[in-house]
Design a protein around this ligand. Sequence first.
Ligand SMILES: C[S@@+](CC[C@H](N)C(=O)[O-])C[C@H]1O[C@@H](n2cnc3c(N)ncnc32)[C@H](O)[C@@H]1O
Length: 207
Amino acid sequence: MAPMVNDPHTYFGQWLPRRSALLQELEQEAQKENIPIVGPVVGHLLYLLARLSGARRILELGTATGYSTLFLAQACRHTGGRVVTVESSAAMAERARHNFQQAGLAEYVDLQVGEALSWLQPAEGASSPLDMVFMDIDKAAYAPALPLCAQRLRSGGLLVADNTGFQDAHAFNTLIHGHPDWEMVNLWMFLPGHSPEMDGLCMALRV
Ligand SMILES: C[S@@+](CC[C@H](N)C(=O)[O-])C[C@H]1O[C@@H](n2cnc3c(N)ncnc32)[C@H](O)[C@@H]1O
């Protein structure tokens, strides 16, 4: 086998996507305050996945300061879509709202303060099915959220679940693996700037 790069963490740590001053400010803020954000690589991956799939109806569960939302909103600027993002902390939501305005992306975001699981329940009068869900809430809530995501996503829609390397995500990992509603991969990866930098990321297609 041909030789691999030395020290892949340092090597791949240098190839971070270019990003705005605001996103870099939010990364520093997250580090200082221990706010678990997805970081630039997963953020950019979300942007690419949303653009590649032409997602117009995106739901994000877990907003925090709106860092990951900004990548999805940036994709919506191209797809003509909108991100609904749900956050249980009113204080966090307020910070996120400010950041959406600062980024000039507020028109692509619908911020909802509340509990993600109740928000996921299918609405009376059936709202349009979703193209993409990004799940980044308490990991113990992933398993109960999964059947609701299956109900809300259209066939061919995309689910991305962050932090599947956490013990609390085990029930979710077990449930989705081989489930007939989903075609999925669960990757264990080095994710520079992600909280934490070695973690699992699950991507699944709604069958
Ligand atoms: C990991 S952080 C989200 C980080 C954000 N996605 C990013 O990468 O920039 C999780 C956020 O979800 C919120 N949260 C946790 N469980 C929730 C739930 N069940 N419903 C709604 N929000 C929740 C927390 O308050 C926290 O701000």
